[in-house]
Design a protein around this ligand. Structure first.
Ligand SMILES: Nc1ncnc2c1ncn2[C@@H]1O[C@H](COP(=O)(O)OP(=O)(O)OP(=O)(O)O)[C@@H](O)[C@H]1O
Ligand SMILES: [Mg+2]
Length: 625
């Protein structure tokens, strides 16, 4: 089709579908269907005229006119039935045969173009969702071939019949059609503009949802699950309200106005025709013709119910969001006893832990781990990669529960505590966590519990905002991240998954977040869990960052720090060594605690290998040259 004229001029969606989504075969089918519809339309419109001509040369007898009108009416009905039958047939052929590019096209589309490209410019209104794209594509192509073209045909037929009765009636009918079409266009455009922010909102929400749930570990570790659910809830409510509003405007204003105008026009034409028949200017037979030709009015009214169906269809996608909101959350952060303490000591009591591999095969990671870490102790955790160090940390934030044994905080089983109240006192720097598509400040405030900051930053009075900004700047400074290098300082949006930041900058952002948590209220946090906090930093930055991290802590803050670079943990009070379970025989204790790296070096051959590989000589060890 596109060889003959520029489809983009006609409709951008249609052009996109024909040029990008269809292959030659599909295009041929579409063109053939189009020709058939045009031919059928012409025939169906011409045949009733022909029959009536045959009966009495477009009669002046009222009875014959009734017959002519009846034949035309039936003919048009038949025409509509045939069109919808053909529509179904073609639809099935389009979808059942594999020549349609849809699967690849959908994939490409979801990467290359926002879905709203299709939705926002057609009259289909929907919050989006890839599963309904198929229907949308069909709806655009099918509407053109089977609805819009026949409707133009019907309108021409109706107007021609009116002209035949009397030029004035013909003019009125033309005016009617023009107004109807114009209103329809204006209507759609209006809805698109109104709908745009709502669609954008849904899109943003979808993106955030996936970002949040991808980073579920981060949410769990920071104990901000309730806060996140609250945010999601708020955003969806706004989106739903916007959506409801659009539908209300649509119905109360546009459909009502449009239908009223249609009806007024119909009444004017019918009234005028009646008057002209009464005064003898128009024959009764032609009056009947006008009556039947104006069945477009009926069609318009029928459109109303179509639109209602459309609303139902769209409401289904909104219902989807509502269902998501009501979904049970897999972990419960606001259950259990409030954490009443301040200082934190932790202990592992005969903890064993098994994870499920992707094939659902249980894989033991930790076996019979017992550790006792009193308040204020700084512990370095070392061991080969994959030994289970991060798992040990995950157990402490209850990102996962142990298979057997107990993880204790202040001698209380972690499972009995309300995590939301406990994790406020934790500063967690995870081995890997992606920042969110938000500002630098937004990312820093992410881990701050809503118990500490009940109102979102945007809702705070100016002086409190200024205070938080100052705290954030200090925290960033301590982590060695200078916000001045970004366009909008701490209000710079760092992009999807923080893509505009380097690995080291992302890590500094996490460290800064821990600093901010320390300073947002006095004397906190009481437990620092740091899993390779400086892995992406060079040794020089590491030194300053570590210095800040350790100096900043109140004296009785407990700390567990995992590190591969042994110099990082050289000054710790104790060293925990985690040996991979695969390297343990039945009598080996998997996790052991040592007074210093030197002691560990003497006691553990496996550790000696690790240290030697780094050319690291613990203080107090005399290495034979
Ligand atoms: N969610 C999971 N599903 C399956 N296996 C897992 C999962 N998480 C960790 N593991 C496995 O548990 C073992 C311990 O992982 P962990 O992340 O605790 O190691 P690590 O000591 O922190 O290693 P690294 O020093 O490389 O960070 C690894 O062998 C890993 O394959
Ligand atoms: Mg790890």
């Amino acid at each position: 089709m596109s060889e003959y004229f520029n489809l983009k001029w006609f409709d951008k969606n249609l052009a996109f579908i024909c040029e990008d989504l269809m292959n030659d075969h599909a295009r041929t089918l579409a063109v053939r269907a189009l020709y058939l519809v045009i031919l059928g339309s012409l025939l169906m419109i011409a045949v009733p005229y022909g029959i009536s001509w045959y009966i009495d040369g477009l009669t002046n007898q009222l009875l014959d006119a009734m017959l002519v009108g009846g034949i035309m009416f039936l003919g048009l009905q038949l025409f509509e039935i045939m069109i919808s039958f053909a529509r179904q047939r073609v639809r099935e052929r389009f979808f059942q045969q594999a020549f349609w590019f849809l699967p690849q096209a959908i994939t490409a589309l979801s990467f290359a173009r926002p879905l709203s490209f299709l939705t926002s410019q057609s009259s289909d209104i929907n919050g989006g969702g890839i599963e309904s794209l198929r229907d949308k594509v069909w709806s655009v192509i099918g509407n053109y071939i089977f609805t819009i073209i026949p409707i133009y045909g019907l309108a021409i037929f109706g107007i021609a019949a009116c002209f035949f009765a009397h030029p004035l009636i013909g003019l009125a009918a033309t005016l009617y059609a023009v107004v109807e079409l114009g209103l329809g266009r204006f209507n759609n455009r209006f809805i698109q503009t109104e709908m745009r922010p709502v669609i954008d909102l849904f899109k943003r929400w979808d993106r955030r949802m996936s970002e949040w749930w991808h980073n579920l570990d981060h949410i769990k570790h920071q104990g901000v699950e309730t806060k996140i659910l609250g945010l999601i809830h708020d955003e969806v409510q706004v989106a739903l309200q916007g959506d409801d509003r659009v539908w209300r405007i649509y119905y109360s204003n546009w459909i009502a106005i449009r239908q009223t105008i249609s009806l007024v026009f119909a009444m004017v034409i019918y009234g005028a025709t009646g008057y002209l028949v009464y005064t003898g200017v128009v024959s009764g037979a032609n009056g009947v013709l006008v009556f039947f030709s104006m069945q477009r009015v009926r069609n318009t009214l029928r459109e109303l119910s179509d639109q209602q169906r459309e609303v139902q269809f769209n409401l289904a996608s909104i219902a989807k969001y509502r269902r998501v909101l009501k979904k049970d959350v897999p972990f419960c952060y606001d259950e259990g006893e409030d954490f009443a303490g301040r200082d934190i000591c932790v202990a592992f009591d005969h903890v064993s832990h098994t994870v499920q591999t992707q094939d659902e095969i249980p894989k033991p990671i930790l076996r019979d781990v017992s550790l006792d870490i009193p308040t204020g102790m700084k512990v370095g955790v070392v061991g080969p990669s994959g030994a289970g160090k991060s798992q040990l940390m995950s157990l402490l934030v209850r990102a996962t529960d142990p298979g057997s044994g107990q993880v204790l905080v202040n001698n209380q089983d972690l499972r009995e505590l309300k995590l939301e109240s406990l994790l406020r006192y934790y500063g967690v720097i995870m081995q890997k966590s992606e920042p969110y598509e938000d500002t630098i400040l937004g990312n820093l405030l992410f881990g701050v519990s809503h118990l500490d900051l009940p109102v979102a930053y945007e809702g705070l009075p100016a002086h409190k905002q200024a205070k938080i900004c100052a705290l954030a700047r200090t925290a960033l400074d301590k982590a060695g991240l200078d916000p001045a290098q970004f366009d909008d300082g701490i209000h710079t949006n760092i992009g999807y998954k923080g893509l505009t930041l380097s690995g080291g900058q992302q890590q500094r952002l996490q460290i800064a977040a821990a600093h901010l948590k320390i300073n947002i209220t006095s004397d906190r946090p009481r437990l620092i869990l740091a899993d390779e906090p400086t892995a992406s930093l060079d040794s020089m930055s590491e030194l300053t960052v570590m210095q800040h991290l350790q100096e900043e802590l109140p004296k009785d803050t407990t700390m567990l720090m995992v590190a591969h670079r042994l110099s990082t943990v050289a000054n710790m009070d104790k060293i925990v060594f985690v040996r991979p379970l695969a390297m343990c025989d039945n009598n080996t204790t998997q996790v052991t605690m040592h007074d210093s790296l030197a002691q560990l070096y003497t006691a553990e051959a496996l550790f000696r290998e690790m240290a030697d590989a780094q050319q690291f000589v613990p203080e107090g060890i005399k290495k034979a040259a």
